[in-house]
Design a protein around this ligand. Structure first.
Ligand SMILES: CC(C)(COP(=O)(O)OP(=O)(O)OC[C@H]1O[C@@H](n2cnc3c(N)ncnc32)[C@H](O)[C@@H]1OP(=O)(O)O)[C@@H](O)C(=O)NCCC(=O)NCCS
Length: 212
């Protein structure tokens, strides 16, 4: 298997949206919105173009990762710029072969060069703990309403800039997209059946659980 990781180009846009749709369809909800998120993210002010990468296998798109700017704020007025990846997608034909990890490792190395203190994401811990992510509560990082979701994960890159304070995490407004617009966008893709799957219940449990 010959994997190439390279920047996403304009000619990849539709292919990346299709692979994102294939990766997320019926996984967390009936259908999915992540291909719409990818579409609107590229023109959002928080989008980080230099961290928008694709993985190609034998010349065909197999995976993608995108990042946006996010930040931490402390009660005493300190602010730290952080970055957040997602969606990260690997086409179902190529999952569990190390491509997602390769995209994450590659971009983590790029983020490290920028002296960013942490990468903070919402995701299933089982996908990310082997890459060094830990629960955000370890660094006293909560949501703006003070909770500690089990899915909020941190990859500390400069721990000294995180310790000793209580933080709230603020992600990009790109994630607050209009669901109806997402559905209208999906209508431009080949029809696929929206259905229930056990993975959706797992997601529902995980996305409502918090660390005490
Ligand atoms: C999640 C995803 C990006 C991982 O990419 P991948 O190439 O399939 O994963 P890798 O082969 O690099 O494996 C990464 C780690 O995640 C684990 N993993 C991957 N898929 C998993 C799954 N469905 N359930 C549990 N663990 C999983 C692997 O075991 C591996 O851990 P390890 O290094 O301890 O063995 C990919 O499976 C995907 O696109 N899934 C659908 C969309 C999605 O869920 N995106 C992430 C949103 S949180």
């Amino acid at each position: 298997m010959n994997i190439i990781i390279r920047p996403e180009m304009e000619t990849d846009h539709r292919g990346v949206e299709e692979l994102t749709r294939a990766a997320f369809w019926n996984l967390y909800t009936p259908g999915c919105d992540e291909h719409y998120l990818v579409h609107v993210m590229r023109t959002h002010p928080d989008f980080i173009r230099s961290l928008d990468l694709v993985a190609e296998i034998d010349g065909k798109l197999a995976g993608n990762i995108m990042y946006t700017r996010s930040f931490l704020r402390s009660a005493d007025g300190e602010q730290r710029e952080t970055v957040t990846f997602g969606p990260v997608s690997v086409h179902p034909d190529h999952q569990r072969k190390g491509i997602g990890s390769a995209l994450i490792r590659h971009t983590v190395a790029l983020v490290q060069q920028q002296h960013i203190p942490a990468i903070i994401i919402y995701g299933n811990p089982s996908n990310y703990v082997s890459l060094g992510f830990v629960g955000a509560k370890r660094f006293n990082i909560s949501t703006p309403d003070g909770s500690y979701p089990s899915a909020m994960l941190v990859l500390p890159l400069r721990e000294e800039l995180l310790t000793g304070r209580q933080w709230t995490f603020h992600e990009s407004s790109v994630f607050s997209f209009d669901k109806q617009e997402a559905e209208a966008f999906d209508a431009g893709f080949p029809p696929m059946v929206r259905q229930h799957a056990p993975s959706q219940e797992l997601f529902s449990i995980l996305s409502r659980s918090t660390v005490q």
